[in-house]
Design a protein around this ligand. Sequence first.
Ligand SMILES: C[S@@+](CC[C@H](N)C(=O)[O-])C[C@H]1O[C@@H](n2cnc3c(N)ncnc32)[C@H](O)[C@@H]1O
Length: 466
Amino acid sequence: MSELKFPEHFIESLKDQPGFDELKFTEVHKKNNPPTSVRINPNKKTGFANTQPIPWCKEGYYLTERPSFTFDPAFHAGCYYVQEASSMFLDTIFRQIKRDYDAPVKVLDLCAAPGGKSTLLASAINNNDLLVANEIIKTRVPILTDNLTRWGNANVVVTNNDPKDFGRLPGFFDVMVVDAPCSGSGMFRKDTAAMDEWSENNVSLCHQRQERILADVYTTLKEDGHLIYSTCSYSAEENEQILDWLCETYNIESVRVAIDPSWGIVETQSERHKAWGYRFYPDKVQGEGLFAACLIKREPALNASTYKSKFQKLNPKEIEPLKKYLLDSDSLHYFKVGDDWLAIPEVHRDSMIALQQALYIKKSGVRIGRMAGKDLLPDHELAMSLLINEDQFNSVALDKEQAIAYLRRDNINNLNTAKPGWSLMTFENHILGWAKLLPNRVNNYYPKELRILSTEARIKSQEPRQ
Ligand SMILES: C[S@@+](CC[C@H](N)C(=O)[O-])C[C@H]1O[C@@H](n2cnc3c(N)ncnc32)[C@H](O)[C@@H]1O
């Protein structure tokens, strides 16, 4: 057991919290062996040896050991996401409330980078639903877009906005997930450095910021729409007290989530309004600290603004040559950004018009590529997308060594059997990206910014942090 010193006043501040067991909580932090868990992409399935299902998430699994994710091509193909198990509880909440909606839903993930909850939501929604994943901090947007590009869903938009910008879209969303920035105590076991930043004062500052974020974004939720609120903090100020503040400030009701007692999750109620909350303690569940709650807005939203299309009028002749590269190509809306062609399911056309005018969009639907004469210069997003019509492209099956060389953006020659031209590089039937095969060499088009560097830093950064 290693030396462990919690920040001053931390343990005292938790003493009266429901379900808090000081002895067991301290022991589990001393042992410091957090479980490794992954969530499988249901559309790009892959397998792991020796797994155990995570009971509150359909596609979540504990692994008995931590493999080198960096050197696993299936990771880069978007076959799974490395995610802390407690965070996957969103799956239980979302699937439960989704049953109340007959029509397609629009979902906002407000604090989305690096994309753990967004990729979970992308798998839980249907094709006619839409996910908007937003991140306020510009430097954190690329990791979010990369993770969602790998995941492959076409009905996803990534934005880079301040929560108050969503005031331009009153009553737009049916479901809003606010995975708020917090004091981070729930991550102490995995990230002991987080302990240095913890203080009672920081908890109060986080509480104020959480109220501000929720107040800024509240109008974008529809009447009878659901708000899912979560933190990775144990402090009541950031959790149950936020629920009481919401109930006092708005006409909003708490939703009780059905959980199985064997899961070890502690159900709590806020002091004044008895709003339901769900606490994860690492001595009771196989996972890190988390708090989650679900509420439903019971007041009319302001009238939605109307937005007129800014899309260029397109000549159907221009779109025709693109269609063969995509599955379900007649059900898509095509548009151009600069010289690049993009596509999103046609059902989201009006939503795209509103989003384009209200927000700063960083990614929408699938970037297909650009036409050079009659030829398509295909984009990496197309290769990763679930919409790609693979029959239209040559592909080369790489062995593990070649796949890693490709993902490093090294030279990959000796592809003797391959035909010249654009070709998909695959590993065990999973697409990794593009290469252009020339008679005497191979041009590697794997995006430079995604290439494997020799450390594991990139993969670790996929997991949620503050
Ligand atoms: C807990 S993390 C989100 C983790 C993410 N939901 C996931 O599952 O991968 C909180 C996010 O909120 C963002 N954030 C920080 N300050 C914010 C603010 N004032 N408004 C909105 N988001 C903020 C952070 O940049 C961070 O990406």
